[in-house]
Design a binder for this molecule. Structure first.
Ligand code: PNS
Length: 161
């Protein structure tokens, strides 16, 4: 069974992330969506909230597992037995960053590959950061997030009616 780890902050998961995870499933038998616990970023949503939102989003996808991890991604990948890490890229800036991350990961553990999936055109603008900013100012985020989590995100920003 070929396993891939789709790692990230998912603060919160967006339609862009969902698309990448589902497309990764066309290449791999199982995709583990793994949320980093010890991020240097300050998240808006707690780790439990992010994991719960991902679980809700993917509840009808038996080949997608949701997990969280601490420490180095390369150690987590080894533990899961995954063959690859999935990352989505929207631009050449993303590509540069991901290439460096892959190089660092290969120094640490040369036994897995990084598979970069390019974003769909309609998701190129989309990021968790942008969604949070729009939600904070009361803008419409309904086309940007999985429907299962919209209420929770609006609630977080005090925007649920
Ligand atoms: O969604 P993000 O914030 O772009 O995800 C970044 C993530 C979690 C994939 C990356 O920060 C990560 O792998 N962190 C774990 C720490 C690590 O392994 N660092 C060394 C390799 S860059």
């Amino acid at each position: 069974m070929k396993i891939a780890v789709y790692a990230g902050s998912f603060d919160p998961v967006t339609n862009g992330h969902v698309d990448i995870a589902l497309r990764a499933l066309k290449i791999f038998d199982k995709v583990i969506v793994a949320v980093l616990r010890n991020s240097s970023k300050t998240p808006v949503f707690t780790i439990d909230e992010r994991v719960a939102m991902l679980k809700k989003t993917f509840e009808s996808e038996p080949c997608i597992e949701v997990d969280s991890f601490d420490g180095l991604l390369s150690d987590y990948v080894k533990k899961t037995g995954a063959a690859a890490v999935i990352r989505g890229i929207r631009s050449s800036t993303d590509f540069e960053q991901e290439m460096k991350m892959d190089m660092a990961n290969k120094k640490l553990n040369n036994e897995f590959e990084t598979v970069l999936l390019t974003s769909r055109a309609e998701h190129v603008y989309l990021s968790s950061g942008l969604v949070k900013e729009i939600a904070a100012y009361g803008g419409d985020i309904s086309e940007m997030l999985p429907k299962q989590i919209i209420e929770h995100v609006l609630e977080k920003f005090g925007r649920n009616k």
